[in-house]
Design a protein around this ligand. Structure first.
Ligand SMILES: Cc1cc2nc3c(=O)[nH]c(=O)nc-3n(C[C@H](O)[C@H](O)[C@H](O)COP(=O)(O)OP(=O)(O)OC[C@H]3O[C@@H](n4cnc5c(N)ncnc54)[C@H](O)[C@@H]3O)c2cc1C
Length: 302
């Protein structure tokens, strides 16, 4: 029965048993049974309806920059939305389909001399992933600019959520609780000076490049910032910076990142994460919570 999905949607690219390591920013992760790349809202809606009818579990992925997929992979249907990526502007708002790169949305804002989005100029996620995570950097956060998002509920209904309903918190939005699929998001910005906006974006990107290991695969900050502490500092002070675990390593440039230096597996990443959490709990009595989303199945023992 499941085999049918590829033939039911001839216009959509759907790959069978496709390694997600080809798509994740950590370059790790097991296979998806079916990996689909819808190009518009109607295709996404139809794929969800079909999956519901066939009782296939559905997982949605954006740019896979905040994701660890366990080495056993993901059963059912995975949809990567990055081909659904139109961005439009209307006066002081930017509306983007959820698969659009957040970085592209900030470029569109700059091109229209709209300010307020500069903080996101270097966040390598999609618009959907940024809403889901309430992504933020350099004192700015998606919650400050997002005014609404159009979502597809698990039952297949399209709804528009306003800012209040999105219930943003630190790296949290209501989408995490209700398993909606974000289709579009609208951001309200302010008229500004195009050159000044570009200069700010360039400055933030230079600061990012100076501090972060952007030349190596990673998922950004692995852990949320615990109250009253800096994660990187805790990890450094515990002597864990530079620690290698299989092909993964606590970045020597930024202790809050774990980089893939030598064909790491998701298991290497997860074991290293657990080790760091155990050491920091023992030494500092601080429970580090992961910011990175961990999904998929454990590998089966061989
Ligand atoms: C080098 C580097 C630097 C980074 N810097 C920052 C930073 O400064 N600030 C910051 O906040 N983050 C940062 N990140 C993390 C990441 O870019 C953000 O969390 C981003 O918002 C994730 O978007 P994504 O599209 O990659 O999401 P994914 O990794 O694809 O998915 C993350 C979660 O969102 C869900 N999701 C994605 N799209 C949708 C959708 N359309 N509908 C419903 N659910 C969806 C997924 O199911 C998953 O649970 C960084 C990552 C890297 C690799």
């Amino acid at each position: 029965m499941m085999e049918d999905i590829v033939t039911v949607f001839p216009a959509v690219t759907i790959l069978r048993n496709e390694p997600l390591a080809h798509y994740t920013h950590t370059k790790t992760g097991g296979p998806a049974d079916f990996l689909a790349f819808p190009t518009n809202i109607q295709e996404t809606k139809s794929l969800l309806a079909y999956a519901n009818q066939e009782k296939l579990p559905v997982t949605v992925v954006g740019n896979a920059s905040n994701l660890i997929v366990r080495d056993g992979g993901i059963r059912g249907l995975v949809m990567i939305l990055t081909k659904m990526n139109h961005i439009t502007t209307d006066g002081q708002t930017v509306t983007a389909e959820s698969g659009a790169a957040l970085i592209e949305a900030t470029k569109v804002a700059q091109a229209h001399s709209l300010t307020g989005f500069e903080f996101a100029a270097g966040i390598p996620g999609s618009v959907g992933g940024a809403i889901f995570m309430n992504a933020g950097a350099y004192g700015g956060e998606i919650s400050e600019v997002a005014i609404s998002a159009e979502v597809l509920t698990p039952e297949g209904e399209i709804r528009t959520l306003n800012q209040k309903e999105l219930d943003f918190g630190y790296r949290h939005s209501s989408v995490q609780d209700y398993h909606d699929i974000i289709l579009t998001a609208t951001f309200a910005l302010t008229p500004g000076d195009g050159k000044a906006i570009q200069a700010k974006m360039d400055d933030l990107n230079a600061r990012r490049a100076a501090k972060q290991p952007l030349d190596l695969p990673s998922c950004g900050s692995v852990f949320k910032r615990p109250k009253g502490h800096y994660t990187g500092q805790l990890i450094q002070e515990a002597g864990l910076q530079g620690l290698k675990w299989g092909g993964a390593q606590v970045s020597t440039k930024h202790a809050g990142f774990i980089v893939n230096i030598d064909h790491a597996t998701a298991t290497d990443y997860l074991e290293l994460i657990h080790h760091i959490q155990a050491v920091i709990l023992k030494e500092d009595n601080v429970q580090l919570e992961t910011e990175v989303r961990i999904i998929g199945e454990e590998p089966t023992a061989k």
